[in-house]
Design a protein around this ligand. Structure first.
Ligand SMILES: [Zn+2]
Ligand SMILES: [Zn+2]
Length: 237
């Protein structure tokens, strides 16, 4: 299988073996996307039209707030607000003026508020990642071994892999893939559940003085990462 623009980052994320490899890929995409929006995209009218139209979700606005370049952010917000004003004044007000169609008005306004340029860009990339990972698993024995060495896959990415597997692997391949993936997830889930229990028990006076292991001390953070993919940004990043 020839190397594509997807197989190189996939190999890197799987070799890193730090948490869910698809979350590792997603964080890299988020970082690249946000840097792009705050940098080069400012000069690209086509991208500006798209970001004005779709806006960003809270998580990705927060990432931009955490970066240098308040002016870039403010310029993005200025044109986004202008776009929404234009839309509200032309579409929604006109709609309200004729006959109040609350459902239609809500749909129009929700449509402008719920989008996220970064989330949609990531979703597009992840489609390719899922399919490439499954092709690599099917065709490259070394990658299959690397797949089995992963510490875990988070819930969302486990579901994504399973959803795409029958299409790439066929029924037989899918069954084997499903078994291997679920074994990895189940093994981690068991350890994680025990570590969270140990964390809870450490608050009981009967456990006083019993030290927690390093992984148990951060069991709530690890559980949140597994359940939702959320990981607190590195303090000095
Ligand atoms: Zn993940
Ligand atoms: Zn987003």
């Amino acid at each position: 299988m020839k190397e594509t623009i997807y197989t190189i980052p996939i190999n890197e994320a799987f070799e890193a073996q730090c948490g869910c490899p698809l979350c590792t890929l997603r964080r890299k995409l988020e970082q690249d996307s946000v840097e792009y929006i705050m940098g080069a995209a400012m000069m690209e009218p086509d991208v500006r039209i798209e970001t004005n139209r779709r806006g960003f979700c809270g998580k990705h606005y927060a990432q931009m707030l955490g970066m240098k370049g308040r002016l870039s952010l403010a310029l993005t917000l200025e044109s986004r607000l202008g776009e929404i004003r234009n839309y509200i004044e032309k579409e929604a007000v006109r709609g309200f003026g004729k006959k109040l169609d609350a459902a239609r008005a809500a749909e129009l306004i929700r449509g402008t508020a719920n989008g996220c340029f970064v989330c949609e860009r990531i979703a597009g990339y992840e489609e390719h990642y899922y399919k490439n990972i499954l092709h690599m698993w099917k065709n490259i024995p070394e990658f299959r071994a690397l797949f089995e060495q992963q510490p875990y896959f988070c819930l969302e990415h486990t579901a994504g892999l399973l959803a795409h597997a029958p299409e790439v692997l066929g029924k037989r391949g899918f069954e084997e893939f499903d078994r291997i993936l679920i074994e990895i997830v189940d093994r981690y889930l068991k350890t994680l559940n025990e570590d969270v229990s140990a964390f809870c028990q450490s608050f009981d006076y009967r456990s006083a003085g019993k030290p927690l292991g390093e992984a148990q001390k951060i069991a709530p953070e690890r559980a949140i990462e597994f359940l939702s993919g959320y990981k607190e940004p590195e303090k000095n990043a």
